[in-house]
Design a binder for this molecule. Sequence first.
Ligand code: TMP
Length: 218
Amino acid sequence: MKGLFITFEGSEGSGKSTQVSLLAGRLYGLCLTARVLREPGGTPIGEEIRHTLKHSHANAAMTAEAELLLMNASRAQLVREFIRPALAKGEIVVCDRFYDSTTAYQGYGRELHLPTVKTVIDLAVGDTRPDLTLLLVVPAQISEERLRSRQSTLPFIRDRIEEADHEFFERVAQGYEKIAAAEPQRVRKVDAAGDVETVRREIWREVEKILPPGRVGA
Ligand code: TMP
């Protein structure tokens, strides 16, 4: 039995990580085996790459091309080390970000050549593609406010990508809209501006459509 692969996408401050945990809890509650992963990272090698990408003090001069390749080096490892084996065992894999993040951030945000971005992603993932992608959408103002409040509680943790300017995040948001428009069956947009419980319910409505029959719960 092939498993299910669900990914979460969205801008900074869209509440992805909270919703990933809530979904995983719900799946465990139904006695379904769910494996929660994140990108960049998720493997020992990937977590080292994540540090280089986000927090290392040596990363200030990182080029967009190096960023693209590092994101996909982390992904290539995660796909082969965890995602494919889990799916082959029939598990549900829930991943906080996957290749749509690369299209949105490195493609649209950093304005790298989109066909090249796609080629790099194809090498990293092969035929391992999400069955469902939940795109959490929040207005830029809410996203920026949530980001600012997070930064004020974590003042010592530098995140190179979050330091980008407002126009960069505008392009990322527009990129996500284009991705959703191109693949409306796979990519489901979820209004994430509301309270956590409302968003959780909307996400569950999408997930239960693809769960094996008899496992949907209330
Ligand atoms: P997060 O785990 O807090 O979402 O941080 C991950 C950061 O990395 C976030 O700023 C989005 C960015 N990112 C990319 O730019 N490209 C990618 O392919 C992925 C997976 C993440």
